[in-house]
Design a protein. Structure first.
Length: 281
């Protein structure tokens, strides 16, 4: 083979290899094949007795974003229930295992679950009072989890919160997450996310989570916070109490600080920035 023919053969080989590399990724999956989970709601059901032992049972709702143009019309069978909306699908599963519940979304949606975009973890009040230790252990073991995922206690059936419509957000989970973030930034609430919970649990310290409720017109309000000790909800704080707590913990960024005064009136201060230095003795 002449030198010229060898060079020609080498050039053709390189071009073919480049064409193969540009054809696509070997492990690439279309967006339609992934179940992008933006919200999870969890509440506790009456325990299940199995072989003489009681197992904690959970109702787990997984909110999945629907790709553009997908119908998202899932049927229900057995202990599972599915409801669909234009931009999302709610998959509800009853299970003693969080990992099993996530895996069952594959069977119901025929897509691989992806929790890298999880924005909200909604915890029912029953479970909050009995303890979120099992849920916390599951979440902190997931490599896809984000520290800034909001955790909110839901005062009422979790399905109602995850079907509440929003004008600004395509899914209820994103709407509730955005509300929680806005509330935290206006001084009323301390941070209420997975990172703060993890820091408190590791330090064996109490922590606070935003508590959401629904009024008669199905609108969400966040005017209380749930206090946790040993990963169990032990009480609630009012708006005034949360403002004072934020002041004592030096978590003031900006917003309005309101106090009651004489004759049933109130006074407010607009805080643009500051720092609190307390010497309690």
């Amino acid at each position: 083979m002449t030198k010229r023919r060898r060079n020609w053969f080498a050039a053709v080989t390189v071009i073919l290899l480049i064409g193969l590399l540009l054809a696509g990724c070997w492990d690439y999956r279309e967006l339609e094949k992934r179940a992008v989970i933006v919200g999870i709601g969890v509440d506790e059901l009456p325990p299940l007795t199995e072989k003489g032992k009681q197992l904690r049972m959970y109702q787990i709702l997984v909110q999945v974003v629907e790709p553009a143009g997908a119908g998202g019309n899932l049927g229900s069978s057995g202990g599972t229930e599915a409801t669909s909306r234009k931009a999302y699908t709610n998959i509800v599963v009853t299970s003693p295992s969080f990992a099993n519940a996530i895996e069952r979304t594959v069977a119901l949606s025929d897509r691989i679950p992806n929790m890298a975009h999880l924005q909200l973890i909604g915890v029912g009040e029953t479970m909050a009072k009995n303890g979120i230790n099992e849920l916390y252990d599951f979440l902190t073991r997931l490599p896809q989890m984000r520290r800034h995922t909001e955790i909110v206690v839901l005062d009422g059936p979790i399905s109602r919160f995850f079907t509440t419509q929003s004008i600004s957000q395509p899914t209820p989970a994103l709407h509730i997450s955005e509300m929680a973030a806005n509330v935290q930034q206006t001084l009323v609430m301390p941070d209420s996310n997975l990172g703060e919970v993890s820091k408190s649990v590791r330090g064996k310290m109490p922590f606070i989570l935003i508590k959401a409720s629904l009024d008669d017109s199905n609108k969400i309000s966040m005017r209380h916070a749930a206090v946790f000790t040993d990963q169990k909800m032990v009480g609630t704080l009012t708006t005034d109490e949360m403002q004072l707590l934020s002041l004592l913990r030096n978590e003031i960024e900006r917003g309005l600080l309101s106090f009651p005064c004489s004759a049933g009136k109130r006074t407010s201060f607009q805080i643009l920035g500051g720092e609190a230095n307390w010497n309690l003795s």
